[in-house]
Design a protein around this ligand. Structure first.
Ligand code: NBP
Length: 481
């Protein structure tokens, strides 16, 4: 087999096939393809003769088909599948070649793999790819990590297949080793929060105003013309408008109300706990899916008492506008928390992540693509060391304008017994962050009482401990550090 391909794809399920077709459709690319079960390769090549794929039956053939330095993108089931493919590619590739993992890998796995593969002289790049199958085919948002050296080779290839937003390709070098998969993980965490917030908005409007799903679809379609404009708002309108062919009911009423998850939201929260970053909106979104998926517990709790009075809002239009504002405010909190985790992760793992660039490459191709990502880029361009996204002037003003409506919505939800975990936890986060003084002082007192954990005073330097069981006098604690 002659080395005629400049790029290869391993793993030809839905994502890999579409990415290979996307690559093949770009000027100058010849794409080698390989799949563990060869029938998938044959099927793809037969279905798409226009792509001019170079089909390989073995890993050795695949390596031979690629011009040196070889570049291959792995699109297989994340985990053991990825390790198995890397083991095989390392045997047939040479120093200087590049292996890209485009699957949804956990970033710590990517760090481990990068370290191991680097020892062979081959570059390993973990690249987060967002946008689902349509994105893979027409233009995803791509978040590559790996070495700066490999980025030089990958840049033109990945720029050619990425989505384009306002004339700019939605791909940038995020940072070394696992940085790309880390940022993709945060993207997914924000996606969980965004979806949950939209679902809560729908639920409140439906139960508060009695509007039908089709009428709420109109509300969302209208919202999509303003500051909330985004892919998720757009598809929500379409989902709500869908009528079930079998029953004639709105499809949303026929779908079982148990939300699944593939784990990336949980990863975001687990990592945030490790880093000590309060991503409460994202966490509530993950937990809301978990709660929904406990039918036995939900059935057992179904007759627990709720509010005595039934609820209906007086002014439907005013309430819908309040919900819109609460949604926008809570969404700002979710993004702010996500970017806090990026900042903390970058510090912890040694990455120089340009936050404004991350927001830019999320403007197209990916699931959380949205109008207001431009505002995030502007905020970080103005002040790269921003303490929190929500204190940037644009977001501060937006929150100031929305906060009264946000409170009305959370109060209404609590009084009506409608769960709104993401709305209410986002508001609690906002109030916690802006609080002049928090009851954390009391927590420190409790900690000192039972565990002699000491505390600091507002009026003196040093660390203190109270002799709680004796005369309750205060002593200056010995600094144990
Ligand atoms: P799947 O995640 O369903 O994986 C199927 C592919 O993995 C097949 O090509 C299969 O080969 C291959 N594979 C497995 Br399983 N074990 C293997 C092994 N030990 N050695 C070699 N190949 C192996 O495919 P997908 O849905 O196309 O997703 C691909 C990647 O993209 C995943 O990591 C996914 O998380 C990620 N991703 C998916 C989406 C999405 O919307 N679906 C979005 C973004 C990222 P076989 O045909 O021989 O069984």
């Amino acid at each position: 087999m002659s080395a005629e391909a400049n790029i290869g794809v391993v793993g030809l399920a839905v994502m890999g096939s579409n990415l290979a077709r996307n690559l093949a459709s770009r000027e100058g690319n010849t794409v080698a393809v390989f799949n563990r079960s060869h029938d998938k390769t044959e099927h793809l090549v037969a279905e798409h003769p226009e792509a001019g794929f170079v089909a390989a039956k073995t890993y050795a053939e695949f390596a031979d088909a690629l011009a040196a330095p070889r570049t291959a993108i792995i699109m297989v089931k994340a985990g053991a599948g990825t390790d198995a493919v890397i083991d095989e590619l390392v045997k047939v590739f040479e120093p200087g070649d590049i292996i890209v993992d485009g699957g949804n890998a956990l970033f710590t796995d990517t760090m481990r793999r990068e370290k191991a593969v680097r020892e062979t002289g081959i570059h390993f790049v973990g690249a987060g790819i967002s946008g689902g199958e349509e994105g893979a085919l027409h233009g995803p948002s791509i978040m590559p990590g790996g070495s700066a050296e490999s980025w030089v080779t990958l840049k033109p290839i990945l720029e050619s297949i990425a989505a384009v937003a306002e004339g700019e390709p939605c791909v940038t070098h995020i940072g070394t080793d696992g940085a790309g998969h880390f940022v993709k993980m945060i993207h997914n965490g924000i996606e969980y929060a965004d979806m949950q917030l939209i679902a809560e908005a729908y639920d409140l409007i439906r139960r508060g105003t009695g509007k039908s799903p089709a009428e709420i679809a109109d509300v969302f379609a209208h919202w999509n013309t303003g500051e909330l404009e985004s892919y998720l708002i757009e598809i929500t309108a379409e989902v709500l408008r869908q009528v079930d062919a079998a029953t004639g009911e709105p499809l949303v009423d026929v779908i079982v109300d148990q939300a699944g998850a593939k784990g990336t939201g949980a990863w975001t929260v687990q990592n945030a706990l490790d880093l000590g970053i309060p991503v409460s909106g994202i966490a509530e979104a993950v937990f809301a899916r978990s709660l929904s998926s406990k039918p036995a517990q939900r059935a057992a709790a179904a007759d627990l008492p709720g509010p005595a009075e039934t609820w209906a809002v007086d002014d439907a239009d005013a309430f819908v506008e309040d919900v819109r504002q609460a949604l926008f405010a809570s969404k700002i909190v979710a993004y702010s928390q996500g970017f806090d985790e990026i900042v903390a992760g970058a510090a912890e793992y040694g990455w120089d992540i340009r936050k404004g660039e991350v927001a830019k490459i999320w403007r197209g191709g990916c699931i959380i693509r949205a109008q207001f990502l431009n505002r995030i880029t502007e905020a970080y361009a103005e002040n790269p060391g921003l303490d929190a996204l929500l204190v940037a002037p644009y977001f501060r003003d937006a929150l100031a304008g929305a906060q009264e409506a946000w409170r009305r919505v959370v109060v209404a939800a609590a009084r009506a017994g409608i769960p709104s975990p993401a709305f209410s936890s986002s508001l609690a986060y906002y109030d916690g962050l802006r609080a002049d003084r928090l009851p954390a002082a009391l927590v420190q007192g409790q900690r000192d009482f039972f565990g002699a954990h000491t505390y600091k005073r507002i009026d003196k330097e040093g660390t203190f401990h109270t002799l709680w069981s004796g005369d309750r006098s205060e002593v200056e604690a010995v600094d144990t550090h």
